[in-house]
Design a protein around this ligand. Structure first.
Ligand SMILES: [Ca+2]
Ligand SMILES: [Ca+2]
Ligand SMILES: [Ca+2]
Ligand SMILES: [Ca+2]
Length: 438
């Protein structure tokens, strides 16, 4: 374990304090007093910053399975510090110590109630010798999962249940997401894309009902008039790093490309949910069709720093996603892929065998431990991504998939049924150059 030198000059810290006072915090965000910390240590291999010339940040994504079966259950579980799964998730976060973290599958609760309970009762409490971790800032907002559409979206003949919601879920907010940050969030500049309509994406892969001759008609015109592209939401959350240009944390959780029929309505939606960020970071005309929930049009300006994060539910080689779905990001000229790996994924692919034996993608890059029985599950996949813009210098990357020989394996990683999640935390360290670099 290495200690990272302080990243924040004193003068910049003072600026930060002013910025906190200026935060017009919407109901969806919170920013109590307290700037970025000074020194802290990281669990993984980690480069050093260089005094005050560079800032180095660890960005992470973690599908933490902090979703529950009913509304209110997550708040109930997080209200006391003794939920073993939440504790394993928190310890995983503490041992990897991200500066900016997206958690997928964290039920949305109004007023940040679940966000604050998890922070106070789990993240700020050390687990099994891991140091507590402090996130003075978070952003959370409503999602489409579990919100009834009132339409028969799965063409079952009745309007009911998770498949007829705007995104699959059995109550509003199930499988939501949250961003935690050690650095201030530019709350006024956050953009959300919960309401963006799929039909408004040019060339959308609208699914076809194979039983009719008309093309792309799985959804009726009336359904397409309200059908939202994002199965949860897409958020552009700008992170303020003192003395640097902000880093736009672009987060989402595209729907799994499964649980459908030959029309592949979820596979095509997954593809276009991923395409949304590809177009967004292209900017200019390519992003001209995009509008946010406040009606502002367009994508990201050129030369902006960004980090795309989330469970994209798409592996570049294996699994059920539409071919090329994730390559829209991996091959994007403004995006770099640090190829995070682990030794645990290699070991589990060998031990679990089954579908893993026919995979063409590298086992070392897997991030999710799915069912391996051939014909029943896809095997282990690369599903979770942290993809920085080419404006950022990558200093390191990894997947927190420990090998069985690690004493923490059974408590934090394990095998099905998992102690924390079927997904692994992915981290990427990036360096932001100082403003006066020659
Ligand atoms: Ca239905
Ligand atoms: Ca048709
Ligand atoms: Ca597996
Ligand atoms: Ca694999």
């Amino acid at each position: 374990m290495r200690t990272r030198p302080s990243l924040v000059p004193l003068a910049a810290a003072a600026t930060t304090a002013l910025a906190i006072g200026a935060l017009a915090v919407p109901a969806t965000a919170a920013g109590p007093a307290g700037g970025p910390r000074g020194e802290h240590s990281h669990g993984g291999s980690h480069g050093h910053g260089h005094g005050q010339k560079h800032a180095e940040l660890r960005f992470s994504t973690f599908n933490a399975s902090l979703n529950r079966l009913t509304a209110g259950e997550l708040v109930s579980d997080l209200s006391s510090p003794d939920d073993p799964q939440a504790a394993a998730v928190a310890e995983t976060i503490q041992r990897t110590d991200p500066d900016v973290l997206l958690i997928n599958e964290f039920d949305y609760v109004e007023g940040g109630v679940a966000a604050e309970l998890f922070r106070e009762n789990y993240l700020e409490v050390g687990h099994n010798g891991a140091a507590p971790v402090d996130y003075p800032y978070y952003f959370v907002a409503p999602v489409n999962t579990g919100v009834p559409s009132g339409l028969d979206l799965d063409n079952s003949g009745t309007v009911e249940g998770g498949n007829d919601a705007y995104g699959f879920g059995t109550f509003p907010g199930q499988y939501g997401m949250i961003v935690y940050s050690k650095y201030p969030i530019a709350s006024d500049d956050v953009r959300t894309f919960q309401d963006f309509l799929w039909k408004d994406m040019p060339g959308a892969l609208l699914p076809d009902d194979p039983a009719t001759p008309a093309p792309r008609d799985w959804y009726s015109p009336a359904e397409l008039d309200v059908f939202r592209l994002s199965s949860k939401s897409h958020w552009d959350v700008p992170i303020r790093v003192p003395g640097r240009e902000p880093v736009h944390f672009l987060v989402s959780h595209p729907t799994p490309p499964t649980f459908d029929g030959t029309e592949d309505r979820n596979g095509t939606r997954n593809h276009d949910e991923i395409r949304f960020w590809a177009d967004y970071v292209s900017g200019g005309r390519q992003a001209g069709y995009i509008y946010d929930d406040e009606g502002r049009r367009g994508g990201l300006e050129r030369h902006r720093h960004f980090v795309i994060a989330g469970d994209q539910n798409a592996d570049p080689y294996d699994g059920d996603s539409v071919d090329e779905a994730i390559n829209q990001l991996l091959d994007h000229p403004r995006v770099q892929d640090p190829h995070p790996t682990s030794t645990g994924a290699v070991e589990q692919a060998r031990l679990q065998a089954g579908a893993n034996l026919t995979h063409t993608g590298p086992d070392a890059e897997d991030t999710a431990d799915f069912d391996d029985v051939v014909g029943r599950g896809p095997g282990n996949l690369r599903a979770d991504y942290v993809l920085p813009s080419r404006t950022l210098q990558v200093r390191g990357a990894g997947v927190y998939w420990l090998p069985t020989s690690d004493p923490l394996f059974s408590r934090l990683v394990g095998v099905y049924p998992f102690p924390a999640s079927d997904h692994r935390l992915v981290w990427v360290d990036v360096r932001l150059r100082g403003p006066h670099r020659r």
